[in-house]
Design a protein around this ligand. Structure first.
Ligand code: TXA
Ligand code: MG
Length: 316
């Protein structure tokens, strides 16, 4: 062990080892964490979130070695991708080892693992010395939190401790890629793009299920990631409905009332998106309109989250 870890981290690690919940920052969004090897602790996550037990959790690790211990087998693609992108916003779904409790994976034979690129998250996992199962620290179907204040607003005293790492740098949830199928499959787009993954392991397939078919990533409900205020997508110069609302806009230059100017580059847009939606959701508007982002691969993950926030299944 090198330098002494800070006192709040030691306290949080002790809570994790005692089976309690700790909210912590990652580079994507804040997570609501529990010891992934303690089924009773993991059940507390589902209870706090009001989340159905049919949604599997991502397990956060402090090293590649820790990830391999959770996997029944570690395919070559996992080794290559972990070497390139970890720590970072990429979750790899692999066949799980028996030591991962079934409640972590919602009964699936696979587990999603990732090493977060955040010094507080890594220090917490290493101090607790256990993998940490953590979904985004919001209530079920709500907006993911990108600040400690968002977490406190959602849970109040319902979480033993919230570690504050300031605003999340990436701002939307990790890319989820399954390696537990014959050909790698993108289950959730994120800011590590399909193109960057394909540079390392070759072609990646998209999930294209028939309507009604069980999704291989059961947590990806339509109407996930939603503000309470109705949200819809509009074209750049589309007329807005009556009532009080706000428009999230990328293009155009003239200032206008209730227009929230969003960055025109995808990484900066992602980093701002949930904070802007959390903020507007507090204001009692009748609606939130969001200008459609450009149709291009770099905007795929943002379009996915906007479509879900609008309650429109992605790809439609
Ligand atoms: O960036 C993130 O991924 C954040 C931070 C906290 O790491 N976590 C997050 O967790 O977004 P959550 O629970 O809100 O979303 C995880 C999604 C699940 O909804 C599910 O779709 C997918 O990851 N997933 C997890 N384990 C899986 C598995 N074994 N098979 C298929 N999909 C899985
Ligand atoms: Mg979530």
């Amino acid at each position: 062990m090198e330098a002494r870890v800070a006192a709040p981290i030691e306290q949080a690690a002790a809570l994790i080892r005692a089976g309690q919940l700790v909210a912590f920052p990652t580079e994507t969004v804040y997570g609501l964490g529990a010891n992934a090897l303690d089924a009773a602790a993991v059940e507390r996550i589902y209870a706090a979130k009001g989340r159905p037990a049919s949604s599997p959790l991502i397990v956060h690790v402090g090293s590649i070695a820790m990830a391999r211990e959770l996997a029944r087998e570690w395919p070559d693609e996992a080794a290559l991708l972990a070497a390139h992108f970890w720590p970072g916003p990429l979750t790899l779904v692999v066949h799980k080892d028996d030591r991962v409790p079934d409640c972590v994976t919602a009964g699936l034979p696979t587990v999603g693992v990732r090493m977060p690129d955040h010094e507080i998250a890594l220090a917490l996992i290493r101090a607790a010395d256990v993998p940490i199962a953590a979904p985004s620290a919001n209530r079920f179907t709500g907006l993911s939190p990108t600040t400690a204040a968002h977490v406190r607003a959602a849970f109040g005293d319902g979480v033993a401790m919230v570690l504050d790492g300031g605003p999340a740098r990436v701002g939307i949830e990790s890319t989820v890629l399954s390696l537990a199928v014959p050909r790698a499959m993108l289950l959730r787009p994120g800011m590590i793009s399909r193109a960057r993954i394909e540079e390392i392991i070759g072609p990646v397939q998209s999930f294209q299920g028939a309507p009604g078919e069980a999704h291989p990533s059961p947590g990806l409900h339509r109407k996930h990631y939603s503000p309470l205020t109705p949200l819809f997508l509009v074209d750049a110069d589309e007329a807005l409905p009556p009532g009080r609302g706000a428009l999230l806009r990328i293009r155009g230059s003239e200032p206008a009332a209730r227009v929230v100017r969003m960055p025109a580059t995808p990484h900066e847009y992602a980093a701002r998106l949930y904070d802007a939606l959390h903020d507007l959701d507090q204001r009692g508007f009748d609606w939130i309109a969001v200008e459609r982002p450009p149709v291009s691969p770099e905007w795929e993950a943002i379009m996915d989250r906007l479509a879900r926030a609008a309650g429109t299944p992605p790809g439609v």
